[in-house]
Write a protein that binds this ligand. Structure first.
Ligand code: AMP
Length: 215
């Protein structure tokens, strides 16, 4: 099963793609995470994308398409994958169609997490993650069971993303509406677009996803 999660920054794609990965044994391909790892490693790619990401702009289609091509053709994607953060432009969506065709694969569902812009800034500015295992948390909506200790791995180190600040977030939202929202009609005309209420609680959104995948 191959899925795309679409939605603005802060819609909950990361949280739900973790759940989908664990529940359906799929490979999670989160391009933002892959780029952040590259940036932290100091690789040529990482050095190139670091500033672009910090400014809230998009990395070039060529770089992203080559990156995702490698991931999709890897044996670890054989049971299926969830794309979180890709495609983000029509050029990326068209390239994805071509590479899936070449690989003899298809998209089963493209699922939009619908969330009003008004609540996204609050969601984004409160989020943080475990510095060791990457588990995601939020100051208000998703606190660890024991304050200051990661539920998943017990680490006490946490970090916040450099681009999760109010001014970068509004640029990222503008970019979403200008460049990524046109993907909704693109997939709707192919009959594979579904929507869930991304403003519902985390468990309720997972329940809605499960219903779509079971249908
Ligand atoms: P995310 O974690 O998905 O919010 O992505 C963080 C940042 O990585 C974005 O603001 C972009 O700068 C970059 N990025 C991630 N995925 C893509 C993509 N598919 N196309 C272009 N830039 C991307």
């Amino acid at each position: 099963m191959n899925l795309i999660l679409l939605g603005p920054p802060g819609a909950g794609k990361g949280t739900q793609s973790d759940w989908l990965r664990d529940t359906y044994n799929l490979r999670k391909l989160a391009t933002g995470d892959i780029l952040r790892e590259a940036a932290a490693s100091g690789s040529d790619l990482g050095n190139h994308v670091k500033e672009i990401m910090a400014s809230g702009k998009l990395v070039s289609d060529d770089i992203m398409i080559n990156l995702i091509r490698e991931c999709i053709s890897a044996p670890s994607s054989a049971n299926g994958f969830i794309l979180d953060g890709f495609p983000r432009t029509l050029a990326q969506a068209e390239a994805l169609d071509t590479m899936l065709k070449e690989e003899g694969k298809k998209l089963n569902h493209v699922i939009e997490l619908e969330v009003d812009d008004a609540i996204l800034v609050g969601r984004i500015s409160g989020r943080y993650s475990c510095a060791k295992c990457g588990a995601g948390y939020h100051d208000d909506y998703r606190k660890p069971a024991k304050v200051g200790v990661c539920d998943s791995c017990g680490s006490v180190e946490f970090s916040r993303r450099e681009d999760d600040n109010a001014s970068t977030v509004s640029k990222r939202l503008e970019g979403y509406h200008a460049m990524t929202a046109p993907l909704l009609p693109y997939y709707e005309t192919r009959g594979i677009l579904k929507s869930v209420d991304g403003m519902a609680g985390i468990d309720e959104v997972s329940r809605q996803l499960k219903a779509i995948l079971a249908a």
